[in-house]
Design a protein around this ligand. Structure first.
Ligand code: AMP
Ligand code: MG
Length: 404
């Protein structure tokens, strides 16, 4: 049995770097950048107005006092998409709209709310600052400035940046193909009428959903009988096409737990079996060439927790991602929890913020690995260290926020 940390390290080293391909801007969301991106122009590319209002020369409105507005002649109008060649002389103003180029002589924009217009004259009622409401050219990025490095996950705001930088073809890392094998003679589809002893397969749906939420879309699901022949046939089929094979169930010490033995027979090299964690002790990990094989325990909570803490980090690496966003925070426990020493436990919990901003975490009562209700209610995992047997109420603990 190995420790959680060494399991993580061994998986990390066994996980290869992905290949790359080029996708269009419209299809890049959910991939990871495989190239560095620099701006083609300064951002913003010209001085523009941040508000609807009037572009003015600061010198003309410097004298504004309380109840003493300044009157300026409106000499033109410029809207978004217009040009900045409207001439702005002394004591005059140009009507301007958000996003419009600011006339060259203007040194401030006054928002419409601070003005009153009548017969071609605008009364500026409130004092202003030099340069106010003008978005300066190049303020956010210089021309040619690096905005992203390889390894950046392409989230919707990253898509926005790529689009506004004029990048239309993007080099990204390929996503892995995943085969999901759920083992067990007792498993039936959720729609089935159950006979005694049968249960509905929830793991294949939960794990498929977990993969999809990471942006993985090439997923093959197989239900596998607890026989040598079916187990062998299914793994061989999965290994033909998939980069990652995730099997669930059949990896413990029971007589019908065939996964390890079959994997050995078909040439998969075992890296580890059994990790000192709870839930998830019987976890298996092996490799065949560059392919990764995870054998997760079948209990639904064990399967999901194991996926989250062991498989997910490997998949992110396989997708090229270096800015993984799941994070561990410190929170104060609301109840005392105990366990036997010897295994690290991931206790399902609910973390919340008080009005003062402090984080509190309540451990959920249902800690058994088949109780999926607790997992569905939880928004975090409390890290209960291996050799520790009690975490006192009010003590500060490490909490991994679940971002499904
Ligand atoms: P195993 O790891 O195969 O010994 O399974 C452990 C427990 O998880 C057993 O009670 C199984 O019935 C249950 N289980 C296994 N696979 C699934 C699944 N796909 N969906 C729901 N429960 C499962
Ligand atoms: Mg089983």
């Amino acid at each position: 049995m190995i420790d959680f940390e060494s399991a993580r390290v061994q998986i990390f080293y066994a996980t290869p770097m992905p290949g790359t391909k080029t996708v269009s801007l419209a299809r890049c969301e959910g991939y990871v950048l495989a190239e560095k991106i620099a701006t083609k122009e300064p951002v913003p590319s010209f001085d523009s107005s941040a508000v609807d209002g009037y572009a003015v020369r600061y010198e003309d409105i410097e004298t504004i006092g309380k109840n003493k507005p300044v009157a300026l002649n409106i000499v033109g109008e410029v809207r978004a998409g217009g040009t900045d060649d409207v001439k702005l002389g002394k004591n005059s103003a140009v009507k301007i709209f958000t996003g419009a180029p600011v006339p060259r002589q203007a040194t401030a924009v006054v928002m419409i709310e601070d003005t009153e217009e009548s017969n071609g004259v605008v009364f500026i009622k409130k004092s202003a600052k030099r340069g106010q409401h003008i978005r300066k050219k190049g303020k956010e990025f210089r021309k040619g400035q690096k905005i992203f490095s390889p390894g950046k996950y392409i989230s919707p705001p990253v898509v926005a940046m790529l689009a506004s930088s004029g990048v239309t073809k993007i080099k990204v890392y390929r996503k892995p193909r995943v085969s999901l094998l759920v083992t067990g003679d007792e498993l039936r589809p959720p729609s089935a009428t159950l006979k005694p002893g049968e249960i509905r397969d929830s793991n294949s749906f939960a794990l498929k959903a977990s993969l999809q939420s990471m942006g993985i879309d090439n997923i093959e699901v197989m239900r596998v009988k607890d026989t040598e022949a079916d187990t062998r046939r299914s793994f061989l089929k999965a290994l033909k096409t998939a980069d990652v094979v995730i099997s669930v169930g059949g990896v413990s010490v029971g007589e019908y737990d065939l996964v390890k033995e079959i994997l050995h027979k078909i040439g998969v090299r075992q890296i580890f079996w059994r990790v000192a964690i709870k839930p998830g002790k019987p976890n298996y990990f092996g490799v065949k060439g560059k392919k990764l094989i995870f054998g997760l325990p079948g209990n639904p909570v064990s399967a999901l927790v194991s996926f989250y803490v062991l498989v997910r980090p490997a998949l992110w690496k396989l997708m090229g991602r270096t800015d993984e966003s799941s994070f561990i925070v410190k929170a104060r426990l609301t109840d005392t929890i105990t366990k036997l020493p010897g295994r690290m436990e991931f206790v399902r919990g609910i973390v919340n913020r008080t009005e003062s901003g402090e984080l509190f975490v309540s451990p959920l009562k249902s800690r058994d690995s088949h109780m999926i209700g607790g997992m569905a209610a939880a928004n975090c995992l409390i890290y209960f260290p291996k050799n520790c047997s009690v975490l006192e109420s009010s003590s500060s603990v490490d909490v991994q926020v679940l971002v499904w």
